[in-house]
Ligand binder design. Sequence first.
Ligand code: B12
Ligand code: SF4
Length: 497
Amino acid sequence: MLRDENVEAIDFDTDADWIGLTGYIVHKARMFEIIDAFKARGRRIAVGGPFATLCPEQLRDKVDVLFVGESERTWPRFLSDLAAGEPRAEYHADALPELDDAPIPRFDLLKLNRYRSMAVQFARGCPYTCEFCDIIVMYGRRPRTKPVARLVAEVDALHALGAHDVFVVDDNFIGNKKAAKALLRELVGWQVAHGYPVEFMTEVSLNLAQDDELLRLMHDANFTSVFIGIESPRVASLEETGKTQNIRADLLGSVRKIQDAGIEVMAGMIVGFDNDDVSIFEEQFRFIQDARIPVSMTGLLNALPQTPLRERLLTAGRLDDEYTGDQFVFSNVIPAAMSRLELYEGYRDLLERLYDHSNYRRRAMAFLRDQGPEKRVRVSAGAHEVRIFLRVLWTCVLLAPPRRAAMTLRMLGETLLRRPSSMRKAVVLALMHKHLHEYAVFVRAELDRIIVGLRAPAPPPVAVAELVGHRLLPQDRLAGRRSPDPASGHVVDVPAG
Ligand code: B12
Ligand code: SF4
């Protein structure tokens, strides 16, 4: 039995002998609750995934079996140990497994109709060395791929189950360009043979813009959007963090080239690098508007466990508590070129401007008007399309406050007149804004609480994580950590514990 708490409740009264649990660092508190609940019912628990891999010390005494790293080789070992008697307490992936014989996921165990998109994974690992990145810590720098036919079989299986949108969840889909091109050629054939029933999105590095063949193949295989870690328009900040691939060519030109190929660019952006002073917020805003990037996941720099960034900041005494897993409301980095108060205030205002109705509509429309030729998609998915359209009319027009209703109608009307072939994208972008705006409002309320705390007159030194309300566990606390004095913004010593 499979349970995904994003879309369904956990059955704590299951009579299963073993419970397998996964989660990211952001899920830590909930994972502990789940572990406690199952333990109270006498169940045995095995845990794996990003949190277990990066922070095994926090789980070691709480679970029966701990999986550190990828489990393609260790899970079968656990099963045979279990069959033979007693499994070990910990299984460590001694090497990064090849993915040649990774089993095809049991997609049939998922409640597909509760998801907007399904996931497949072709490759793990990324060849780059960004200082803040935990991907290369967990999955390594050599992209490992599944055989092309295997991936096509996974897409086939999802199509048979009725999936329309598929997220290729690779760390960097073009980390191994030769393998990516081989897969894309097969996917183009598959789409043609089936009438383009599936739309893909994935994660890539910005150097996609420098490979015309790759761009054309992605377009032809119906990749309609890519997520790219652009991080910053400021070259000094990109250099500082080792994001060299983003410095080699003009950022705006690269984004536009991908858009010109008919592919939407979603961006991951970060503020709070050492080279970011208070002028970074305006620079980020201008860049995102000029690059016509409707969906930008703009967050605060964070130092994740086991990353080079964490090591550097720890040595420099610039870590404020542990990473909480949510880069939108908290940074554990003590900034170098501005105070924490300036960072949180500037970031809060940036979010407000980015997801303001007019600013969002301007960049969405600029993108929709000028993007290159979209693939003609989904001849066979009419009912699905109509459902999305009705949902937008219902939630973004009929039931919406006047500003949202006006924005949606203007976006859809303008698209109909000027670029009717982009109507489907316009509908999705209108719906995305509802989600992003609501989330930004929620985040801003959290940020306001932190800002009020940071402005308060001379309270005792306090770690910002505590102002956020994150319940930090004793083992989270750094011995002798240093923290900003909320009044002065200066870094002061905070006793451990
Ligand atoms: C797809 C994805 C998403 C999708 C999820 C879609 C979905 N329905 O699954 C979306 C876009 C929604 C998403 C959201 C977020 N994500 Co995300 N996401 C990913 C991504 C790219 C792929 C995940 C995946 O499917 N991996 C493939 C599987 C096979 O790999 P795996 O989970 O590591 O599993 C292997 C082993 O770990 C092990 N294993 C895992 N679990 C278990 C359990 C047991 C019992 C056993 C034995 C073994 C085991 O076996 C597997 C095979 O080897 C990863 C990066 C990555 N490469 O994993 C980031 C990643 C997991 N996400 C991350 C983050 C931060 C988030 C967000 C918190 C971002 C945010 N601030 O909003 C949110 C949280 C969402 C939520 N609901 O809580 C981080 C987590 C960082 C960390 N160390 O905790 C990652 C690592 C990316 C990164 N470095 O920034 N994400
Ligand atoms: S390009 Fe992305 S996945 Fe690769 S090292 Fe940099 S941040 Fe990590």
